[in-house]
Design a protein around this ligand. Structure first.
Ligand code: DC
Length: 228
């Protein structure tokens, strides 16, 4: 019997814990995890590396034909063969990625790649517009939120553990700025899909969120982890 292809979309604001949860859920179900934010970050890294101002839409978009982004299974991210897994998490990229992600031409190019990735296999894809725009027919749509204080603390702790220098105040300012730009852009802004299940994870552990997402997936598709 042919295996059914299932798409799980997890959207929500920056640092709501989407990628942590999406990675575990994908592993539990043997689905492929796709971090679309990493793709916008990788593009931003390349724009900065080329000496282009990320606020310059025309110059940034002119780089589309020369950017080749690869997401590997182990979570590594490559741009034109360069391993950018670490630098795409640094403040210079985080502080500019929302400008790049607001340009329609760049979004269309990356969305095309994302749809191709989901066309042939079951995926858990996280981002901002997965349920509303990239995969509108996804069987499961989760909209994951948390208070700005919770999100800032999580992101700050993550940066400290990775040795990325930031202050808590800078993290709060960056999250607020990105939330604003991401939800106010004209094309495919951050917003919950009408048919999404909303999860406020402020007072939940990672395992509680994973369990809630797995339960929703099972209810909607019948798919469940093989051994838990
Ligand atoms: O999830 P993240 O913080 O790594 O995402 C980085 C930025 O990319 C975020 O500020 C908004 C943008 N983004 C987007 O616009 N659409 C997506 N599907 C994923 C991310």
């Amino acid at each position: 019997m042919e295996k059914k292809i299932v798409s799980v979309a997890i959207d929500g604001p920056a640092a709501a814990g989407k990628s942590t949860v999406a990675k575990i859920v994908a592993k539990d179900l043997d689905f492929t995890y796709i971090d679309t934010g990493a793709m916008y970050r990788a593009f931003t890294y390349y724009v900065i590396k080329k000496g282009v101002d990320p606020k310059d839409e025309a110059a940034s978009c002119s780089l589309i034909p020369e950017v080749d982004i690869v997401l590997e299974k182990d979570g590594k991210v490559f741009v034109n063969g360069e391993d950018v897994t670490r630098p795409i998490r640094e403040p210079l990229v985080s502080g500019n990625v929302s400008y790049i992600a607001s340009y329609k031409e760049i979004r269309l190019a990356l969305v095309d790649l994302q749809r191709k990735m989901a066309g042939t296999k079951s995926v858990v894809m996280d981002g901002r517009d997965i349920g509303t725009y990239v995969l509108p027919n996804a069987e499961v749509k989760i909209y994951q939120i948390a208070s700005v204080e919770t999100r800032a603390q999580r992101r700050y702790d993550e940066n400290v553990s990775k040795g990325i220098p930031t202050s808590y105040e800078d993290v709060v300012a960056d999250l607020k700025k990105r939330d604003y730009i991401d939800s106010h852009r004209a094309f495919a802004p951050l917003k919950p899909a009408e048919d999404s299940v909303q999860l406020d994870t402020s007072d939940m552990t990672v395992q509680e969120v994973v369990d809630a997402v797995l339960k929703t997936i099972e209810e909607k598709t019948g798919v469940k982890p093989l051994c838990r």
